[in-house]
Ligand binder design. Structure first.
Ligand SMILES: Nc1nc2c(ncn2[C@@H]2O[C@H](COP(=O)(O)OP(=O)(O)OP(=O)(O)O)[C@@H](O)[C@H]2O)c(=O)[nH]1
Ligand SMILES: [Mg+2]
Length: 295
């Protein structure tokens, strides 16, 4: 079942992509899927939009599709929704805000909910990203509800983390306490069309100036009036890509694993010998690596 699915995935079948995303978000066959993914031909740009519920992550994600598509790049949106898929509300809601792209082959939008909630989804987020990257999408936008600690984990998996704040939340000090500002690469004061935006912007600027090192840029954006949308995408694009940091050995290891995985699935004969018991695990693994079996 899985190998057929992967074959269709490699052939560019969107239904196969959807099915694989479902499997991974439910924690099924994650290792096998991960191992079988082709190496992406080009590095994509992975952006996470995080912030409290209702801050406007979905609306802003929809708006960002315009400058991304205008630049000619394809884009996948992964909305990591903590709600049950049974409610269906979030999925429909997200789609409804992006109707202009329903027939655009360069746009793929998917809401994901995990049985185990947000944490379960986040634990497989790297593989979910790898899936849409391997499918060929050049930009990946991830919508995730900010939960403080979770954002630190998300940050390690993406190129740019965008934190959304809004005026009039009444709990403006919460993001400071949670250390959210510290993990952000770009801070957005969203719903800047609302009254109180100036005051909150000044508060955020003051908080940012207290942090050690270069503070992240703060942008005022409104998805309602479209103020700041183009500037935001430009800012995101110009940020250094975290994942591209060449000094990270984990990235090299990942590439080596991908290459090895490619080789693995081509070694049908070796797999058959292993399945039939002619080769034990260790010997088969060494042969796969190109080692002589005894060493
Ligand atoms: N005034 C104003 N309202 C906005 C703006 N963007 C979104 N909203 C409203 O804010 C509400 C929440 O927007 P969403 O985009 O669903 O927010 P979200 O962060 O994705 O919400 P969750 O996915 O539920 O966490 C909606 O009622 C939007 O109409 C904006 O720029 N200005
Ligand atoms: Mg949303």
């Amino acid at each position: 079942m899985l190998s057929g699915l992967l074959q269709r995935f490699r052939a560019g079948d969107r239904l196969a992509l959807a099915r694989l995303l479902s499997l991974v978000s439910n924690g099924q066959h994650v290792e096998a899927i991960r191992a079988a993914l082709p190496v992406p031909t080009q590095a994509s740009c992975v952006v996470a939009l995080t912030g409290a519920g209702g801050v406007g992550k979905s609306s802003l994600t929809g708006k960002l599709l315009d400058p991304i598509r205008a630049s000619g790049r394809s884009v996948a949106v992964l909305a990591c929704d903590p709600q049950s898929p049974l409610s269906g509300g979030a999925l429909l809601g997200d789609r409804f805000r992006m109707p202009a792209f329903a027939d655009d082959p360069g746009v793929y939008i998917r809401s994901l909910a995990a049985a185990g909630g947000q944490g379960a989804l986040a634990s497989h987020l790297d593989t979910l990203i790898a899936l849409v990257e391997a499918f060929g999408f050049e930009v990946v936008l991830i919508e995730t509800v900010g939960a403080g600690q979770g954002d630190t984990a998300v940050r390690a998996l993406v190129d740019v983390l965008v934190l959304l704040l809004q005026p009039e939340t009444g709990d403006e000090l919460q993001w400071e306490k949670a250390g959210l500002l510290e993990v952000a690469d770009v801070v957005v004061l969203h719903k800047a069309d609302l009254p109180g935006a100036d005051r909150v912007a000044a508060q955020i600027t003051a908080s940012l100036s207290l942090s050690a090192g270069e503070p992240p840029p703060l942008l005022r954006v409104s998805s309602r009036t479209e103020i700041g949308i183009a500037e935001l995408w430009q800012t995101i694009e110009q940020r250094p890509r975290r994942r591209a940091q060449r000094s990270d050995p984990a990235r090299l290891l990942r590439l080596a694993q991908d290459l090895l995985a490619d080789r693995f699935w081509q070694r049908a004969e070796l797999l058959e010998q292993w399945r039939s018991g002619q080769l034990d695990d260790l010997t088969a693994a060494r042969l796969l690596l190109g080692d002589s079996p005894g060493h």
